[in-house]
Design a protein around this ligand. Sequence first.
Ligand SMILES: Cc1ncc(COP(=O)(O)O)c(C=O)c1O
Length: 209
Amino acid sequence: MSCHIRWAISTPLLGLGDRHRHPARRAGRNARRGHESQCGCGDHVANYVEAQVIEWIKQMLAYPQPASGVLVSGASVANLVCLTVARDSMAGYDVRSQGLQGAQKRMTLYASSEVHSCIERAVDILGLGCESLRLIPVNQDYQIDLQALRAAIAADRRAGFQPFCVVGNAGTVNTGAIDDLPALADLCQEQGLWFHVDGAIGSVFGALT
Ligand SMILES: Cc1ncc(COP(=O)(O)O)c(C=O)c1O
């Protein structure tokens, strides 16, 4: 699978706090002010601010040059945008034209029981059906249990479902727990699954401190 990293960054998170003087934060606040800009045609400042903020964030996170992103209004919308890309990339047919009626198999995705409720809302909006989101138990550190995850993926494959995505937590809303992201990345590569990380506040603090 080719490695095109895409993500959606929430502009409220970019504007958090004044303690860190990274230009991405200031630009994030400015981007937020220009968020409702009408940028349909012509040359607009908001487009340039967005492109520059995304470049800075790529540098901060050591993302490869072909990575791309978009600024959105909050983490729920960021997750919705990213999971739309995941669904459409992994479906194996043109979801935009045919909708989920075109699916041969039910698509399933996986996250820990600690995942933010906006993931379930995104799954609902995307027409995947909330039951398609498999909530995997956590270990004593509130990280996703990797063995249980493997078992759930294998069981779904045996039952004729189409596992397509794992959602990792980079700072849960309940405890701040961070899943074993490198292990999840390896598992996704091995299993041919899309790897999505919900970073929200935790990952921004992690990147800037
Ligand atoms: C991990 C995580 N994901 C998603 C969200 C949703 O963020 P928002 O309220 O910006 O939509 C939050 C909010 O706290 C969060 O902590």
